[in-house]
Every structure is written in structure tokens, then in C-alpha cells.
Design a protein. Structure first.
Length: 289
């Protein structure tokens, strides 16, 4: 706004504000003018208040009137000014009430705006954190995707290798199957030859068993006959032992008789030397058998 605003314009704006029943202030005058710096308007408004006092005293507006008329006019003017001040004060009170209500509403709105702004900042912070988390998660997923792709490539290569190994294994299995068939045929031939050989061995074994059984029967008969002979020999041995025992008893009796006879033959010399004595009667040993 221009600093050199004219004082007439400021005075006219102040008069207009006062005519509306409002107290002229710097802001109201500037609002009425639509321009002007606060310092310039404030200085000119101070001059307007001084001239207003002069006008109220009638020093400027009524220079040619008689003193009584001028005094009456001043009294009327002062009364009008007082009434205007009362109306202005009432209007100002209403305006103040409206302004206070508006201020409270604006304060509530500002509070709501601050709360909304705080919530918005929290939401923005949460959104930024979520965005960072999402970016981190996206990076992790991209890395995981790369790892999965590498694993899939490895699996594909492994599947190719396994397919080739399977093909080679099938070929080897086919070769081994053919070799197994040939081996089975060879085993079947050997099994038949073995069965034939076993049957021959079993036949020979059966014949040998029959021969051995017959030999066993003959041997059993021989053993039975030998047993009978052994029993006869045992009986003859028992008889011979009995006879030997009797012979031993007879020999013992004969030996006793010989001893008695030898004793009798040795006694005549003694009997001749003792003729005065009667001969002692010898007790003959009893012999058995």
C-alpha cells in the first residue's frame, strides 16, 4: 500500500466509520480505505481525533454564530455524539460478542485443523513408514524372486540332468533286463541240469540206502548170532569159573593134607627121644569136598 495516502482520505474514512456507529481505529480506517500503512493511518488518525475535539467544541464549524446559539448547538452536538457513542458502544459490544463467538469458532476450527493436521502428520508418518516397509518388503520380495528364479533355473537344469540320467538308466535297465533274461535262461538250464543230477543222486542214494538197509539187516542178523554165541561163551565162562573155584577149593584141601603129612613125617625123630611120654594125639584137619 502506498505510504503517501492523503489525510483528507483518512479523515473521510474515519468520518464514515464514525457515521456507522463504530469507533475509528487504524484497522477499521485502513479497511474503509482499502489501503494505507498502519503508521501513516495511525498518525493521521491522531490528527483526526484532535480535529474531532475542535469540531465538537464548535471552534471550527461554527465561527460566525452567536455564542448562545453556538453553545446550544454544541450541547446538542455533544448529546448527539453521546448518543452516537452509546449506539456505537452497543454496536461494538454486539460486534465484540460476534467477534468473540467467531474467535471461539475460529479457535475451535483452528484446534480441529491442528488436530486434523496432527492426525494427517501421523497418517503421513504412518504412510511413509508403511511405504518404507512396503519398499523394504518389495526389495525382499524382489530378492526372494531372484532367488526363486535361480532355484527354478537350478531345478530346471537338475530336471534336465535327471532326464538324461533317467534315459541312460532306462537304457542300462534294458540292457540289464536282457542280460537278466539270458541269465534266467541260463539258470533255468542249469536248474534243469541240477534237477536231473539231483534226481540221479537221489536215485543212487535210494539204491545205496536200500543196499545199506539190507546190509544193516544182515549185520543185525550177524550181531544177533554173535550175541547168541557171546551168551553161550558167557555161560561156558561162568561154568569154567565155577569149575575153577571148585578146583581151587580141592587144591587147598589137598595142600592142607600135604602139610599134615609133612608134619607127621617130621615127628618120628622127636617121638624116639621122648619115648617115656605118651604120644600126643594130633588133631586131623577136616577137609571139605
Amino acid at each position: 500500500m502506498a505510504i503517501g495516502v492523503a489525510e483528507e482520505a483518512v479523515f473521510a474514512a474515519a468520518d464514515a466509520v464514525l457515521e456507522r456507529g463504530e469507533r475509528p481505529t487504524v484497522e477499521r480506517v485502513r479497511l474503509e480505505l482499502g489501503r494505507g500503512s498502519p503508521a501513516r493511518v495511525g498518525a493521521l488518525l491522531d490528527q483526526w481525533w484532535e480535529r474531532l475535539a475542535q469540531r465538537l467544541r464548535g471552534e471550527t464549524r461554527l465561527p460566525a454564530l452567536p455564542a448562545e446559539v453556538a453553545q446550544a448547538f454544541i450541547a446538542v452536538w455533544q448529546q448527539a455524539v453521546l448518543l452516537a457513542d452509546g449506539v456505537a458502544e452497543q454496536g461494538l459490544a454486539e460486534r465484540r460478542s460476534l467477534l468473540e463467538t467467531e474467535r471461539l469458532r475460529v479457535a475451535a476450527v483452528e484446534n480441529d485443523i491442528r488436530q486434523a493436521e496432527a492426525q494427517a502428520r501421523q497418517q503421513v508418518a504412518a504412510a511413509q513408514a508403511a511405504q518404507r516397509a512396503a519398499e523394504t518388503r518389495l526389495a525382499d520380495l524382489e530378492q526372494l524372486l531372484v532367488q526363486r528364479q535361480e532355484q527354478m533355473d537350478d531345478l530346471h537344469n537338475r530336471c534336465t540332468e535327471l532326464a538324461e540320467e533317467r534315459k541312460a538308466a532306462l537304457q542300462e535297465a534294458s540292457s540289464q533286463r536282457q542280460a537278466l533274461l539270458a541269465l534266467q535262461q541260463q539258470l533255468n538250464g542249469e536248474r534243469e541240469a541240477t534237477a536231473t543230477y539231483v534226481r540221479g543222486v537221489e536215485d543212487r542214494a535210494h539204491r545205496e540206502v536200500d543196499h545199506a538197509r539190507e546190509e544193516s539187516k544182515a549185520t543185525a542178523a550177524q550181531l544177533k548170532a554173535a550175541g547168541k554165541q557171546l551168551e553161550q561163551l558167557r555161560q561156558r565162562l561162568d561154568t569154567a569159573l565155577a569149575q575153577l573155584s571148585e578146583a581151587q577149593q580141592v587144591a587147598a584141601a589137598e595142600s592142607a593134607k600135604a602139610a599134615v603129612l609133612a608134619q607127621q613125617l617130621a615127628t618120628p625123630a622127636r617121638t624116639s627121644r621122648a619115648s617115656a611120654k605118651p604120644p600126643r594125639k594130633q588133631k586131623q584137619p577136616s577137609s571139605k569136598g
